[in-house]
Design a protein around this ligand. Sequence first.
Ligand code: ZN
Length: 344
Amino acid sequence: MQETLKQLETEAIAKVEAASSLKEVNDIRVQYLGKKGPITEVLRGMGKLSAEERPKMGALANEVREQIANAIAEKNEQLEAEEVKKKLASQTIDVTLPASPIKMGARHPLTIVVEDIEDLFIGMGYTVEEGPEVETDYYNFEALNLPKEHPARDMQDSFYITEDTLMRTQTSPVQARTLEKYKGQGPVKIICPGKVYRRDSDDATHSHQFMQIEGLVVDHNISMSDLKGTLETVARKMFGEDRDIRLRPSFFPFTEPSVEVDVSCFKCGGKGCSVCKGTGWIEILGAGMVHPNVLKMSGFDPDTYQGFAFGMGVERIAMLKYGIDDIRHFYTNDMRFTKQFKQD
Ligand SMILES: [Zn+2]
């Protein structure tokens, strides 16, 4: 019996050493150490042994098992290490390969226009103010000299959420809110860019959502000529250094007097073309001196403070500047459109 066990040990270890895969080693383990293996078989025959020999044989059998198990563990370790090495060798990384280029996005044309205007005004000492897009009727209309039942409210078809809240129809409520914060003490110099909403049917020149950027200055001794000088600076920044502007009388409830502002055509220089519809001038924004009622409602004394305000549609500026013929391009997220505004 002793002989048989020793022989099994030698045989098994030799097989383990010759094995070349983890599967092969596992098969050997099952074959020799399994419940139906030869060692178990030998141990079953122990009943025939004398009481003296039995423990010796048991100990020997355990030793043989251990030896085989050790050989298997060692072989497994060796094979696993080899496998890792093989894997590493087959998956070497070629560090000399050039990297694939990173795709850079483009700024949206509306963002470009807003940021250009912001840069210009920040340089002139203005701050940028923002406010909620869901606004109360008070800030959107009343504080801007548009009491309930005022006919001019019809100029702006609104998305009402409740009787007293609506999607703001203009960025002017930000002016009213900011003026309140200053508690009657100037100077105030702000611009307010943001999205506004009106109940319009979408077509090439109308969108129910669009962007405005407004400016407001309130201080002592502010006059129309300050307004004109500021607007000239904006027009030249957006449309070229040799642009002129002209002011035409108009009406807005929150300014008095109010003006529409035209810029001399950047395409034909004033001779007349399709962009300016033959007039040599292009309307770009509305402006005026802040209405005394608006100053009063926001806590400023209209006898000592004056102000001017202006507002423009960002889409209109972008359409003129980039020759875009349909406002819907700004909102349909077509990559072929936005990619054209990539800057290096
Ligand atoms: Zn023209």
